[in-house]
Structure formats: C-alpha cells, structure tokens
Design a protein around this ligand. Structure first.
Ligand SMILES: [Zn+2]
Length: 508
C-alpha cells in the first residue's frame, strides 16, 4: 500500500513542501530512501524503527520504499523522522489513511520514541499556512514557537506513542492556542545614561530617523559601545510582520530562546573582530544564517572595525546594497534576508591613545586606517568622532539632564512618518521607505535645495573632494535632518550639519 504524508524542511529561511511517499510491499525486508536525502535523513531509518519498537508497534518484515518528492533538491535535517513513521503506519494499515490529507508532520524522533525539537519550526508553520494545510504536528518543544504563525492549528507531540493514539482515536491531542507575542516592557538602555557626547548622540538620532549607517571614532572608554547599544531603542517597534521575520531567522539558526519564542525587539548583534566571512554573512552546508541575517531589521555593531579581516568586511558590500545575501552551493543556492543597520567603531590609532599620548609610529597609524577599504568606508553614511567626557558633563549626567530615548524615539517616528508620506508605502520587499535608500535618480526631486544650501554644498564638494556617491549620501543625510526639523526644503543649516556628519571626521 502507498501512503502520502505532507511535510516540510528548511531551505534558507523558507519551509519547502515535501511529499513523503511510503510504499510497503511484500518482498525481502529492505528499507530504501530516494529523492536526494542527505546524511541525517538517511540515518532516520534507525531512529524511526527504534521509536516504533519503543512505542510497542511491530511492523511485519516487508520491502519499504520512501520517496521524498520533489526529488530535485538535496534535503537535509532530521525533521523527516515523524512523517516517515506516520507513513509507515498508514501504508501498513495501522492508522487510517484519510487522516493524512490536510495535515502535515515534522519532527525528529529519539530512540525512546520522544519527539525532539527541530530548527525552523515557525518557518515550516508559515509555509504550511501558505500551502493551505490546516494542521501541523510538531514536537512539543516547538509548539509554542510554531503557534505564533497565523492560520494553522498546531499540535505539539511529546512522543510517537501519543501521536499514534491520536491518529487512531482522534481526540488525544488538542491544538495549541495561538501564541500571543509577549511584548517586553522592560526599558532598554537609555540615551540619558550616556554622559556628554552631544555630537555622537545627535548622529545616532539622525541614523535612526533615516536608516543611515554610522562610523564612530574615538578613544577607548569614550562610550562608543554604550552609544551603539542604544540605537535599537531609538528605532520604531517591530511590526507584527517584522517580528515574525526576525523570529524566523533566529528559529532557522537554532537560536530561539525558549523564554522568548517570538522575537519582539530589534536585534543587536556585535560579532567579535575575529569572526570568519562565513560566520558574518552565513555559511556551512546546508547554509545557515550569519550575523548579518541575525541582525536583520536591527543593528549590526562592528567594534574595532580595522581589526576585522579585510576579506571579511568586503563580503558586506553586496548585502549593504541589496538587503539580502545569496549563498551558492553546488546544486542550489540559498538567500537569507539581511536588512541591517551598521554601526561601526574604531580607535584613532593602534595604541588607542590618540593625540599627544600616542606612542604609535606614523606608518602604523596609516596602515591601521588603511585596513578599512575605501569602498566600505564610502558606504558608511555618517562619520563622527567621540570626545572624552568633561567634568561638567559628568556632573550634569548625575542629575539626569539631557534627552532620553523616549523623546528621541518620538522625534524619529515623526521623521519617519514624513519619509513614508513623501515616498509612499513599503517597497516590494516590505521595507519602509527610508531616506538612506532613496535611489540616486530620485534625489533631486526628494531633496529640493534652498539657494544658499546649494552654494554651501558646492563649496563642501570642492573643499572635501567628495565623490558623486559621497554627495548623494550627504543629500540623503540632509533630507533626514530636515525631516527631523519638520522642514520640506533643505536649507543651509541642514546642509551644513549633513556635511559635518559626513566629513567632520575622516580617517586616513
Ligand atoms: Zn597610537
């Protein structure tokens, strides 16, 4: 008899549908899996038979063929154990076959019959819904996460015996109530806690409002990391759709926290400078998301930028432009989302002291700065220096003076509303229309310059020898500064501030 069980496996961040066809025939007891199964899928046979035996189910010795269709993609993961077990039971007449239509099954089995969690459960549940299937059976440990995907009834399975009882009687398991995203109300780190640094704080607000990338240079201990950590708190809260996207990437990477099955806060990732290219942009076989995808819709903080491998940094160029990363393998390729905002930081020189206290040789300073490639530096919109804190600022901070994150975020939201009104709704990929992404061809209409402002810009271009790309980035910054001020035309004051944020600090 032939049984067809619907299942899914993780390919990139998508759940790919698979028909698990199980045929049980008379003949020598041989078990064959076809349809490009990778290692873990082939080994599943041992786990399935042990789990069935543990559940007290014996199968008559027969010839069994399992086909994973479509057969053109190599399939990986251990999530096929459960559908293969269900298929075996149905094909050998031990459970009613009509149960299988409209349902899908995923999960790994332990030798003791327990259903073990798999990576990417929420991605699979989202695909299940897109395919129009009503029910998805997942390991109990994945049930809460999977139930955050809308539109599918999620059944959490503790072990194979329980699932078999349910498939025979139909009333053992209950669908899980949809998980409501628990919004964290714990306040993140606040801007008010950073003492002094007026220019860097202003740069952070501008970066948040327009989605601009930021490079901070300054002495160690000047608060660069503190500042960077406060950027997610200045950004608008994640929408429901964005929250699912962030959750999906973390789920596929196997990094979802049991205590927070649905991600509701913007990611902040700070990889160490010793990271490999694969760790940063994603790698492995099957490919897994890297830091830039884990930072999707959030912040990627690169501290000590010149210490990162040059080749590693070069891999960032494509995703910075496109908002995604494509990883090619021999028979297929995978695309991960990677729309992140970069905050980078560096010391003024290798010894970190800078100025009069610096003990570095000029040649070493030049080499240190040259480690960051020109094209990458060009792609970082804002370049600011952080300064040592003065005693007065320390005193002032003790009294809680200065603007906090709440007030700054309100201003950011208002500036973003103006951007959305000007450029229309989200683009095809659901990305909001931020000033940092205004196409070059639209810049002249989006950024009407007042007469004094265009003279100033011309002067700046001459003095700082700005490339065409740098001029475009300055205009986008000016657009955001005007949006923060609620102004439509870009005046001289706005352009002057944009030039200061763009070229006020220039390494090398
Ligand atoms: Zn030095």
């Amino acid at each position: 008899m032939l049984a067809v069980v619907h299942s899914y496996w993780v390919h990139g961040v998508e759940g790919q549908p698979v028909r698990v066809e199980v045929k049980v025939q008379t003949g020598l007891p041989v078990f064959t899996v076809v349809g490009l199964p990778a290692g873990a899928v082939r080994e599943g046979k041992e786990r399935v038979f042990a789990a069935l035996a543990h559940a007290g189910i014996s199968l008559p010795p027969r010839r069994v063929t399992v086909n994973l269709a479509p057969a053109d993609l190599p399939k990986s993961g251990s999530g096929f154990d459960l559908p293969v077990a269900v298929g075996l039971l149905a094909a050998s007449g031990q459970i009613p076959i009509e149960w299988l239509e409209g349902s899908a099954f995923v999960g790994e089995l332990g030798l003791d019959g327990s259903a073990r969690p798999i990576r990417g459960a929420i991605a699979l549940a989202m695909s299940c819904f897109a395919e129009g299937r009503k029910r998805l059976f997942v390991p109990l440990g994945n049930a809460r996460e999977a139930s955050a995907a809308p539109g599918v009834e999620i059944f959490g399975v503790a072990d194979l015996g329980e699932l078999v009882a349910h498939l025979r009687r139909g009333d053992v398991l209950r669908p899980r109530a949809p998980a409501a995203a628990v919004r964290s109300h714990a306040p993140g780190p606040d801007l008010r806690e950073v003492r002094g640094q007026a220019l860097a704080k202003r740069a952070l607000v501008v970066a948040a409002a327009g989605g601009h990338s930021l490079l901070m240079s300054g002495l160690p201990g000047a608060g660069k990391t503190m500042l960077a950590r406060r950027l997610p708190g200045l950004l608008p809260p994640l929408s429901e759709r964005e929250s699912l996207e962030v959750t999906r990437v973390h789920s596929v990477a196997g990094l979802l926290d049991a205590g927070e099955p649905v991600k509701t806060t913007r990611p902040f990732r700070a990889p160490h400078h010793t990271i490999s290219a694969g760790g940063l942009v994603g790698g492995g076989n099957p490919p897994r998301p890297g830091e830039i995808s884990l930072a999707h819709l959030g912040v990627l903080f690169l501290d000590e930028l010149p210490e990162f491998g040059r080749r590693v940094l070069e891999t960032l160029r494509q995703p910075i432009e496109s908002g995604r990363i494509r990883i090619a393998r021999v028979r297929h390729s995978v695309t991960f989302p990677a729309r992140f905002q970069i905050v980078a930081a560096m010391n003024p020189c290798p010894c970190g002291m800078g100025g009069d206290d610096c003990i570095c040789h000029d040649r070493d300073v030049a080499r240190y700065r040259a480690r960051i490639s020109g094209p990458l530096l060009d792609r970082l919109d804002i370049h600011v220096g952080t300064s040592p804190v003065t005693w007065r600022e320390l005193e002032g901070a003790a009294c809680g003076s200065g603007r906090g994150s709440d007030a700054a975020r309100t201003q950011v939201l208002e500036a973003r509303r103006r951007q959305a009104a000007r450029r229309g709704g989200a683009d095809a990929e659901g990305a909001s229309p931020l000033n940092a992404r205004i196409p070059a061809r639209d810049l002249m209409t989006a950024c009407p310059l007042a007469p004094g402002a265009s003279r100033l810009l011309e002067e700046g271009v001459g003095r700082f020898r700005l490339s065409a790309r740098a001029v475009h980035r300055t205009l986008r910054l000016a657009r955001t500064i005007a949006d923060l001020a609620g102004e439509e035309r870009l005046g001289a004051r706005v352009v002057a501030e944009a030039l200061r944020l763009r070229v006020g600090f220039r390494p090398g």
